[in-house]
Design a protein around this ligand. Structure first.
Ligand SMILES: *C1O[C@H](CO)[C@@H](O)[C@H](O)[C@H]1NC(C)=O
Ligand SMILES: *C1O[C@H](CO)[C@@H](O)[C@H](O)[C@H]1NC(C)=O
Ligand SMILES: *[C@@H]1O[C@H](CO)[C@@H](O)[C@H](O)[C@H]1NC(C)=O
Ligand SMILES: *[C@@H]1O[C@H](CO)[C@@H](O)[C@H](O)[C@H]1NC(C)=O
Ligand SMILES: *[C@@H]1O[C@H](CO)[C@@H](O)[C@H](O)[C@H]1NC(C)=O
Ligand SMILES: *[C@@H]1O[C@H](CO)[C@@H](O)[C@H](O)[C@H]1NC(C)=O
Ligand SMILES: *[C@@H]1O[C@H](CO)[C@@H](O)[C@H](O)[C@H]1NC(C)=O
Ligand SMILES: *[C@@H]1O[C@H](CO)[C@@H](O)[C@H](O)[C@H]1NC(C)=O
Length: 544
């Protein structure tokens, strides 16, 4: 018995619907069931057991959903079908084909956007690559400066199952840009002294009836005269070299006064060599809806609602116009873009891991609104180099670069004369300099005595905790003579100190010179003896 074909209708938003080519459809329709389909629901892939989707598909033969297709998220009714245990599809409704379900064709991409090209898709300007354009999408392309560049190629490429139906166009610079080289197409300058006109996404010039339009073909009169031709059958236009002395040698003008719909057509300027450039004019009495501004802060100056009229938006200080600041009423009867918004000027946030690349630098204060400031500090042992704070400026840039943190270091300490360093702690040496916290110890050579602090530390101020010590020469204690003593008795003696030898009674010393401490830390003489005074000079002093 055939299972009842139940059609489950899931209305969900599928973003960027991925189509992996249509799968082979089996000839025989088997009664195998399909497992729950993998769909991208509101941007996230569904997993088995996802509560958002039906779990039992044994009775389900078809799933319908609303697919979001293309860069503008066009909503279309789509479906997948369970055929022989495999989901096949999606098929989506094509309005242009009587609402029949059709397989989705592959999307097209723009890999590169020529900076001179202005690309529009459904009245939206495409500024970046990476968009998917659905099958059938028709782009509109024009060169940014109408008349200064000539568009070479199609202005409306269309996506056909993954490929554009024509090579994307390019923009060729014209005489004004090539210094009047003879092989360049002539530039055409457009002047609208009265009335209004708009440059359309496809590169047409659309003008409101009654406008005056001067088309100036730029060519060097020295070389020859260009020629204007037009396609509007009834048109009669004044052409000729400009009269003003500063223009008469290079502007070959065509003037349309009080433009009428019948003036619509293509106006071509050809050089004597037959190189051309054209402007396509469309004259129509089009009005756009009046602009209504609801957003706070936003102010607008509207010229009017006729074709070619502009609306110029402004935001107060500290805000920027998010969107297009200048809108033009276009031949479609729509403004060239949506009404913009005023958004608060913000500088790039520094409060992110990438915001502050330097590891020792940290934020002490952070306000990235216009007028706000960021204040920095450094880790212990580091010092800020540069201003400690920056401000968020009107252009959304910080007022300066981030400061740096440089390690605080003490200069190498001054070594005492006759002393040396004991490297008691591996110092954070950097070119002979010491990191904060480094401890150094001093010692004096042999007879020298250290005076001051024997060890000093590099402080956070980048200076040593104490001045380095001195190594002073000193005479050491000399001992006592037998049968006598010395005065004064000290551990050590300063240079210049003299010793008095005092012998016990009955003994004497034949002092010629008192021992004196010399500047090099040596005694001037050896320690004299105390001799028995009763003994003759020739006799030894024997123990008594
Ligand atoms: C001891 O004798 C020496 C010569 O032998 C003499 O120069 C010295 O003055 C004498 N000393 C005393 C204390 O008599
Ligand atoms: C004592 O005298 C004798 C001879 O006079 C001499 O040989 C000896 O070295 C003397 N001893 C001392 C300790 O001066
Ligand atoms: C998808 O998003 C829309 C709008 O945010 C919401 O109404 C809808 O419930 C969501 N659908 C699912 C299945 O989460
Ligand atoms: C433009 O052409 C003129 C005449 O050929 C020449 O004198 C001048 O240097 C050129 N200027 C530039 C910018 O190439
Ligand atoms: C908008 O129009 C004003 C006045 O015509 C002009 O100064 C400004 O450059 C235009 N801004 C942009 C972004 O086109
Ligand atoms: C885009 O322009 C076309 C005509 O060029 C018009 O029919 C259509 O309504 C416009 N779409 C939007 C969203 O403004
Ligand atoms: C940030 O700075 C701006 C301008 O000084 C100020 O108006 C705003 O209140 C500050 N924001 C915070 C959260 O402090
Ligand atoms: C702001 O910063 C951007 C990116 O670093 C830079 O391109 C731009 O020129 C800066 N603007 C000003 C006014 O300095």
């Amino acid at each position: 018995m055939r299972p009842k074909a139940l059609i489950l209708i899931v209305l969900l938003t599928c973003f960027g619907l991925h189509v992996n080519g249509s799968k082979e459809v089996q000839e025989e329709v088997s009664l195998e069931f399909c497992s729950p389909p993998k769909l991208i629901l509101n941007g996230s892939q569904t997993e088995a057991g996802d509560k958002r989707v039906h779990s039992d598909y044994t009775q389900v033969r078809e799933v319908k959903f609303s697919g979001s297709i293309g860069p503008l998220g066009e909503q279309r009714l789509c479906k997948i079908k369970c055929i022989a245990g495999q989901w096949v599809g999606p098929l989506c409704v094509d309005q242009q084909d009587n609402g029949r379900f059709q397989p989705l064709f592959r999307n097209c991409k723009l890999d590169h956007i020529n900076p001179h090209l202005l690309i529009t898709f459904r009245n939206v300007t495409i500024r970046s690559t990476g968009w998917d354009f659905p099958h059938g999408a028709k782009l509109q392309m024009r060169c940014r400066e109408l008349g200064l560049y000539k568009l070479l190629g199609t202005s409306a490429p269309q996506c056909q199952n993954g490929a554009w139906n024509a090579r994307l166009p390019s923009c060729v610079p014209t005489t004004l840009l090539t210094n009047f080289t003879e092989d360049a197409p002539p530039s055409i300058l457009i002047r609208i002294p009265s009335g209004s006109a708009s440059v359309e996404p496809g590169g047409e010039l659309a003008a409101f009836p009654g406008s005056t339009i001067h088309l100036e073909c730029i060519f060097s009169r020295r070389i020859g005269s260009p020629d204007w031709t037009w396609t509007s059958p009834l048109g009669q236009y004044l052409t000729g070299w400009a009269i003003a002395p500063e223009e008469r040698d290079w502007k070959y003008r065509l003037s349309i006064y009080y433009a009428k719909p019948q003036d619509s057509g293509t106006f071509t300027c050809a050089t004597p060599r037959g190189i051309t450039n054209s402007i396509t004019l469309h004259v129509a009495a089009i009005h756009c809806e009046p602009i209504s501004v609801s957003g706070m802060h936003l102010s607008v100056r509207v010229e009017g609602t006729r074709l070619g009229h502009m609306a110029i938006f402004q935001c107060p200080v500290g805000f920027f116009v998010s969107g297009e600041a200048n809108l033009t009423c276009q031949a479609s009867g729509k403004w060239s873009a949506a009404v913009p918004k005023c958004e608060l000027v913000k500088c790039p946030s520094l409060d992110t891991p990438e915001g502050i690349p330097e590891p020792h630098l940290h934020l002490e204060e952070h306000n990235n609104s216009f007028g706000g400031r960021a204040v920095f500090g450094c880790a212990w042992g580091y010092r800020l180099q540069g201003p400690p704070g920056i401000e968020c400026e009107l252009d959304g840039n910080w007022s300066g670069p981030l400061p740096k943190c440089v390690p605080i270091q003490c200069p190498p300490p001054v070594l005492p004369v006759n002393g040396h360093l004991i490297q008691s702690e591996a110092p954070g040496m950097d070119g002979g300099r010491y990191a904060v916290g480094s401890l150094v110890q001093f010692a004096c050579e042999g007879a020298y005595k250290l005076e001051g602090e024997a060890s000093i530390i590099c402080t956070e101020m980048g200076v040593w905790s104490h001045p380095p010590p001195f190594c002073k020469p000193r005479c050491s204690y000399i001992g006592e003579p037998k049968n006598g003593f010395i005065s004064p008795t000290k551990f050590s003696y300063d240079p210049g100190d003299e010793l008095e030898i005092i012998c016990n009674s009955g003994f004497e010393t034949e002092i010629e010179e008192r021992p004196r401490c010399l500047p090099d830390g040596k005694w001037s003489t050896a320690l004299p003896e105390c001799l028995d005074a009763t003994l003759s000079n020739s006799s030894n002093s024997t123990e008594v």
